[in-house]
Design a protein around this ligand. Structure first.
Ligand code: B12
Ligand code: SF4
Length: 484
């Protein structure tokens, strides 16, 4: 059995400048098949790292001649790129089986299988065990009808067109992996030749590389706009601190990657996190590592005493979803934080020389020009080192999507625009175009301040200085203005 994992040609998200991340999702899946499988032939293609365009990818697929192709997706805005990839595969050889997964396709399995006959299988939710069982089943030419977590068309022989009579089957969901330490280390060795190429220009000084480490999956909170918690079954599971440190150490020592991004949307700053910091310090890695995490503002405040240790362990950059200035909207998001905590959370980070990044959400249903003015005032007051503004986007799989879809709020179902910089819904008081303009005004207001720019450009915090210098040459404001 020959299995090809593909990270297709993708555009990067211009808000954060130019970056090239290792495709962690498929590296994890490939490592799992390598570890638990039956000696199958595996190939991982990262079009970004290999510099392959669609023609190049076509030649690569033709020469490898796989039996099964697994395509990486990441987020909803990449959905058509994934469809194009499986379409290319079927054009080359209709007998190659295709499988997609991740957040978008898990949420829209039925619709995707109906609309796109070039998709043979959708793996819903956690990918590893379902993919393993699918490969074993296909290899032994057995029936896929019992594979938990799998969706497929009943007559799954590729016809090149879909019909209204197609029957789509959704096997029952698969229970989650009980212990995340059972996962093998992601298959970085499968992209050995390219590990030195990965970078994140805005975030990491040159030469420090870029890699991601997954320390946990899921989240115990229930924000209405977020697809993470439902995708991971509403649970929050963590790897042990020793295991996370193993991955960080490997990336540093084997590949020389010192800038590491912990992928967890909400790792949590409790005891396990403290143990991780201790483990990194104990192993003597802290002087060489610069790592990034996401945390909640309430957690930062509750764990004030831990912050100096975070910094000591090399955790130089923290991003917190502060989201909003007003209680009412935060409550409607079910976010469970207070906007009054925002300033203190950012200040605690800054006081400890940790680069403080805030993400903020515009374009709520209730938003008007006035509420957006208040919002901007709030962000200036909170004064994070870096503010990333995003438009409220109804990602499939979220309760916001269900509400917005049912109420007819969504004006744009073009998934390429679901990148949180394109307005896909109006609000009660603003048209879509006005929502778009308000986003531009947020960036202009925040980064237009000469004082803030100068403070950034000459900051003593290495990351802040580097980021502001990089941003100064990027023309971000012009790109946002072009979207209006
Ligand atoms: C790092 C990161 C980034 C980085 C770079 C990522 C990259 N590779 O390009 C940056 C900052 C640039 C970024 C940008 C964006 N991101 Co981002 N990002 C992440 C983050 C934090 C980690 C991704 C990761 O590596 N996870 C670890 C791997 C192992 O998990 P995974 O990819 O989900 O894969 C697992 C499963 O999903 C499944 N699976 C995935 N694909 C497939 C395919 C098959 C066939 C199968 C079987 C299984 C499978 O199997 C894997 C193992 O079980 C995630 C949140 C998260 N914790 O995952 C958000 C996340 C993916 N990003 C998100 C978003 C919205 C974006 C942006 C649109 C903007 C934004 N606001 O951040 C842009 C879009 C970029 C683009 N154009 O591609 C959302 C996606 C939501 C959605 N439903 O679309 C997420 C989930 C964050 C969130 N909380 O909502 N992102
Ligand atoms: S937004 Fe953050 S805190 Fe809320 S559910 Fe998603 S990951 Fe959890």
């Amino acid at each position: 059995m020959k299995i090809m994992f593909i990270e297709p040609p993708k555009e990067f998200w211009f808000v954060m400048g130019e970056y090239m991340p290792p495709p962690l999702g498929i590296l994890q899946l490939a490592a799992f098949l390598e570890d638990k499988g039956d000696g199958w032939d595996l190939d991982v293609v990262d079009c970004q790292a290999e510099g392959l365009d669609w023609r190049g990818l076509q030649r690569r697929i033709e020469s490898y001649d796989p039996d099964l192709v697994v395509v990486s997706s990441l987020s909803t805005c990449n959905a058509y790129v994934v469809i194009r990839t499986v379409g290319l595969v079927k054009m080359i050889d209709p007998d190659i089986r295709t499988v997609v997964g991740g957040q978008h396709f898990s949420a829209l399995a039925e619709q995707s299988l109906r609309e796109y006959p070039e998709i043979d299988y959708v793996i819903r939710g956690e990918g590893e065990l379902t993919l393993l069982e699918l490969v074993k089943t296909l290899n032994s030419r057995e029936n896929v009808g019992k594979i938990r977590g799998l969706s497929f068309r009943k007559d799954d022989h590729f016809q090149g067109k879909s019909s209204e009579n197609d029957i789509v089957i959704h096997n029952p969901p698969r229970p989650l992996i009980a212990n995340l330490d059972d996962l093998p280390i992601p298959g970085f060795h499968l992209l050995d030749d390219y590990m030195g190429k990965y970078h994140f220009k805005m975030m990491s000084p040159s030469g420090s590389g870029y890699a991601m480490v997954e320390a946990s999956r899921g989240c115990q909170h229930r924000c209405t706009f977020c697809s993470q918690w439902s995708f991971w079954g509403g649970m929050h599971r963590t790897k042990t601190p020793q295991r996370v440190a193993d991955e960080m150490e490997l990336l540093l020592n084997e590949y020389g990657i010192s800038f590491q991004w912990l992928t967890d949307d909400n790792l949590g700053l409790g005891n396990k996190y403290r143990d991780l910091c201790d483990e990194i310090i104990k192993r003597g890695l802290s002087d060489d590592l610069n790592w990034f995490i996401q945390a909640r503002s309430d957690d930062i405040i509750d764990n004030e005493k831990l912050i100096p240790k975070m910094r000591k362990a090399g955790n130089f950059w923290v991003m917190a979803g502060l989201e909003r200035h007003d209680r009412q909207t935060l409550d409607s998001f079910n976010k469970g934080i207070n906007s009054s905590d925002s300033k203190l959370a950012m200040q605690l980070l800054k006081d400890n020389d940790i680069f403080s990044q805030a993400t903020l959400i515009t374009g709520d249903r209730s938003d008007s020009h006035q509420s957006m003015d208040e919002f901007r005032e709030f962000v200036n007051l909170v004064d994070p080192d870096l503010a990333i503004f995003m438009i409220l986007t109804p990602f499939p799989g979220t309760s916001l999507f269900n509400q917005a879809h049912q109420n007819g709020w969504i004006e744009d179902y073009n998934w390429s625009n679901y990148d949180m910089t394109h307005a896909v819904m109006p609000t009660l008081h603003l048209t879509r175009s006005e929502v778009q303009e308000e986003l531009f005004l947020c960036y202009r207001d925040f980064y237009g301040s000469m004082k803030r720019r100068l403070t950034g450009l000459f900051s003593r915090n290495t990351f802040k200085k580097h980021t502001y210098r990089y941003m100064a040459g990027q023309g971000l404001l012009q790109s946002l203005r072009d979207l209006i």
